[in-house]
Every structure is written in structure tokens, then in C-alpha cells.
Design a binder for this molecule. Structure first.
Ligand code: PLP
Length: 456
């Protein structure tokens, strides 16, 4: 049963919030004048705000609530674990049952010989760990000059100094002196906006070849790793041409650099397999995980590491790295229960066999809207390219304005979709029903109509 809705009046909460709370990725001045949206409850795929309005969550929170809201099993596991052992660390040769069980489970579902896990509290922390892991690995291998990490423009790997440096978001780099040294970026495989006259296949090869060129420029002996999301999420669901990943994988192997797949969004069913690496046949050395690992019910992230790489780290004595909340027992227990639900309810298989294809078909119908140039989707993550001229793959003059308007219309119509510039983004809970998908697509079409009216 949903808890009683006994919060203070909306205006009171908004005033207190505006006075004391700095929000991530938000325009505080704008929020002060209009008041933050207050979400008070959620169930299944639906949010409820403080005024009782129900909103269909097309983003699964921040791409994370894979099993949907309101699963009491997770609450019960968390309560039990809090009573039994609310906290203990895994530093200094100590462990606890949830850490043991979750690590074994992750080793079982991860591809190939990826069977060691280092835990963090988030995806950002896990990617900071990956910088440390990759450099420490090469040091132990007797190649200490292999330090530089190659990443991609418009990739997203988190918000700490290390992970935001790995990311290629210029707006983030502009604040705070990033990237930190020894992190460089190549271009993304974003055919719609940057592919010009090339076919997607040609373009995939061209963008992958930049990795080879960058390694030549830096010198192979100076490069530790390449990191990328199988599908760029926050950059705008950039689905790479099919020629891209085979080339990247080949180059990483031939040039002797570690391949880090950031699975924070793609992992735990989002692309129709447990990991995006399986969907794209990527053979990574390290995978970053978070979000869908616990369906967002508890903050937890980690790095899953290939046995041969982990062995070198383990043989190297102390790894002088760790977070107070690495393998937090409550978060680990909740993650394990989340994976049990994903597995026993066949949710990942269902994404591949039913929900993904159904959503993709409905999503593709939005390409008939006059403002949509492309409606792309893999598994259950998708984007709409809003354009004034689809045949030219043109952008709007004031980039982001129409996207923002359309996002606002979505909210007003009871649908959460995110905008990235003039792309509309979708990543709903994997448990969404067919009739909810129908509703979602109807609300999206209506909001596009209204967004287009404002754009004119
Ligand atoms: N990596 C990817 C691919 C992400 O999308 C995100 C968050 O959106 C992160 C890392 C950072 O994760 P967190 O926000 O948990 O630190």
C-alpha cells in the first residue's frame, strides 16, 4: 500500500527548497521564479507530484529504475539488512554476506571471464576507480608511461573531477578546470548530426579510425585505456553504426590498451541483454556499473574487471583506493534482490523478445511527425531528432529551445521525457506495459504538436 501523503503544502516546500537546496544540473534562478516540481510518490511507471498529478515516467528516474517503482521486496530486504548489519566496510581484509553474494552473482551474469568486482557508491566514483585501476595495472605490468585515457566528445561518465574529465561535455569542462591531465577525447559516432554525406557504415569506420590516429599521436606506450558507453546515453542516445564497435574492439586489442565499457545506463537489461557489451559484441576489460544495478533503490556502483587484469592488481599488493560506502551492505542486499527480480521475472528476456520490439515499433511511428527527422531506439533507450528539415538533417537555429519547449509540454501532459539540445530522449522502466507504451506514444505526439506550435 502507498504511504500516506502527509507532506507540507507545495508552495511551502518550494520556498524552503529554493532557500536552501542547490540542485544538480538546474537553473536555480529559473527554479526560484517558478518553484521546483515536487515528486512525492511513485508506483510502477507512474510518479505522483505534490498536487496529486500522475506523470508517466519515460526516463525511469535518471535511466535507472529498471524494475519500476514500488517493489516492496526491495524495501523489505533493505529493512532486514538495516536491522542485521546496517553498515560495515570491506577495507582491511573484511567482508560481509551481501558483498559476497552480490559479487558472486555479478560474476555469474557478466560476460566471459569478467569475474571480479570493485564497489563504489555511484557511476562517477566507479569511473574514478577505473582511472586508478587502469594506471595501476600498467604500472604493475612494468609500463608506467601508459597513463593517458582516451575518451569521446559528448560522452558522459559522471560528475566527479575524474569522471567528468573522462566525459566529453564541454559545458561541464568549462566549469572547474577540466579535463584533468592525461585524458583526451576523440569524436563520437553520431551519424545524424555529424555524418555528412557518408553512409552510417562508412562513418562508423571513420570515427573508429580516430582511435588509431590518437594512439599514433600519443604513442602507444603512453596510452592506458579507451573508455566509452556502448550507446551514449546522456549525449542523446547516440546509437553507433554497426561498423563502429568491431573496429574499436580490434584497435584496443591490437594496440594493447584496456577497453572500458561504461555500462551505467546500458547495463541490467536496457539494450535487451544484461549488458550493452553483449548487444554490441564488445569484449571489455572493465565494465562500469551503477543505476540499473539496484534500479536506483539504493546508491551503488562498481567496476567489473576481467580476471587477467584483476589478477595483476591482486598480485600487486594493496590497492590503495576505496570508499567508505564501497560494497555497502544495505545497497548490496538491495542490488542482489533487484537482480533476482530481473532474472526470475524474465525482464531482460522480455525486453529482447517483446517490450523492446513493441516500444521500438510504436516509437518509430513518431518519425511520421513533421518535426521528427529520426526516431531511433535500441532495446528500450531511444531518441527523436527534432528538425525543421529532415532531408537536410538540419538543426534548429537556437539549439535546445524547441527541445526544452517540447519537454515542458511533455510534463504538462503528464509524461517525463528529457531533452538533450533538440533531441527528445526516452528510457522508461523495463516493466512498462503495452497499454502504457500506447499512452506514452500518444502523449509524446501531442507534446510534439504543442512544441512545434511554439517553435513556429
Ligand atoms: N556513466 C554513465 C554512462 C552515466 O550515464 C552516468 C550517469 O548518468 C554516470 C556514469 C555517472 O553515474 P552517477 O550519476 O551514478 O555518478
Amino acid at each position: 500500500m502507498a504511504p500516506k501523503d502527509n507532506h507540507p503544502p507545495t508552495a511551502e516546500m518550494q520556498a524552503l527548497d529554493a532557500a536552501h537546496h542547490i540542485h544538480p544540473f538546474s537553473d536555480t534562478a529559473q527554479m526560484r521564479s517558478r518553484g521546483a516540481r515536487v515528486i512525492t510518490q511513485a508506483d510502477g511507471c507512474w510518479l505522483t507530484d505534490s498536487e496529486g498529478k500522475r506523470i508517466l515516467d519515460g526516463m525511469a528516474g535518471l535511466w535507472c529504475v529498471n524494475i519500476g517503482y514500488g517493489r516492496h521486496e526491495l524495501a523489505e530486504v533493505a529493512a532486514r539488512q538495516m536491522q542485521q548489519l546496517p553498515y560495515y566496510n570491506t577495507f582491511f581484509m573484511t567482508t560481509h554476506p551481501p558483498a559476497v553474494a552480490l559479487s558472486a552473482k555479478l560474476a555469474e551474469i557478466a560476460p566471459g571471464d569478467m569475474n571480479r568486482v570493485f564497489y563504489a557508491g555511484s557511476g562517477s566514483e566507479a569511473n574514478d576507480t577505473n582511472i586508478r585501476l587502469a594506471r595501476h595495472y600498467w604500472h604493475l605490468m612494468g609500463k608506467p608511461t601508459k597513463r593517458t585515457i582516451i575518451s569521446r566528445k559528448n560522452g558522459y561518465h559522471g560528475s566527479t573531477m575524474g569522471s567528468a574529465s573522462l566525459g566529453g561535455m564541454s559545458g561541464m569542462h568549462a566549469q572547474g578546470g577540466m579535463p584533468i591531465p592525461d585524458i583526451v577525447h576523440i569524436d563520437q559516432p553520431y551519424w545524424w548530426a555529424e555524418g555528412g554525406d557518408h553512409s552510417p557504415e562508412e562513418f562508423g569506420r571513420i570515427r573508429a579510425a580516430q582511435l588509431d590516429q590518437m594512439i599514433d599521436e600519443l604513442g602507444q606506450d603512453n596510452v592506458a585505456a579507451f573508455i566509452a558507453e556502448p550507446v551514449q546515453g546522456a549525449g542523446g542516445v547516440i546509437i553507433p553504426p554497426e561498423t563502429y564497435w568491431p573496429e574499436i574492439s580490434r584497435i584496443c586489442k591490437e594496440r594493447d590498451i584496456l577497453l572500458i565499457a561504461d555500462e551505467v545506463i546500458c547495463g541490467f537489461g536496457r539494450t535487451g541483454n544484461w549488458f550493452g557489451s553483449q548487444t554490441y559484441n564488445i569484449d571489455p576489460d572493465i565494465m562500469t556499473i551503477a543505476k540499473g544495478l539496484s534500479s536506483g533503490y539504493q546508491p551503488i556502483g562498481g567496476s567489473i574487471i576481467r580476471e587477467s587484469v584483476a589478477q595483476v592488481i591482486e598480485d600487486g599488493g594493496d590497492f590503495n583506493h576505496g570508499y567508505t560506502y564501497s560494497s555497502h551492505p544495505v545497497a548490496a542486499a538491495v542490488a542482489l534482490e533487484n537482480i533476482r527480480i530481473l532474472e526470475e521475472e524474465g525482464i531482460v528476456t522480455r525486453v529482447a523478445e517483446h517490450t523492446g520490439p513493441y516500444l521500438q515499433k510504436k516509437w518509430a511511428s513518431l518519425a511520421d511527425h513533421p518535426m521528427v527527422g529520426e526516431a531511433r531506439m535500441v532495446g528500450m533507450m531511444g531518441a527523436l531528432e527534432l528538425t525543421p528539415d529532415a532531408s537536410a538533417r538540419a538543426g534548429f537555429a537556437n539549439e535546445g529551445t524547441v527541445g526544452l519547449m517540447t519537454r515542458e509540454r511533455c510534463f504538462a501532459n503528464g509524461l517525463v521525457m528529457r531533452h538533450v539540445g533538440d533531441k527528445m530522449i526516452l528510457s522508461p522502466p523495463l516493466t512498462i506495459s503495452d497499454s502504457e507504451i500506447d499512452t506514452l506514444v500518444e502523449l509524446a505526439w501531442k507534446s510534439l504538436d504543442e512544441g512545434m506550435a511554439v517553435a513556429k
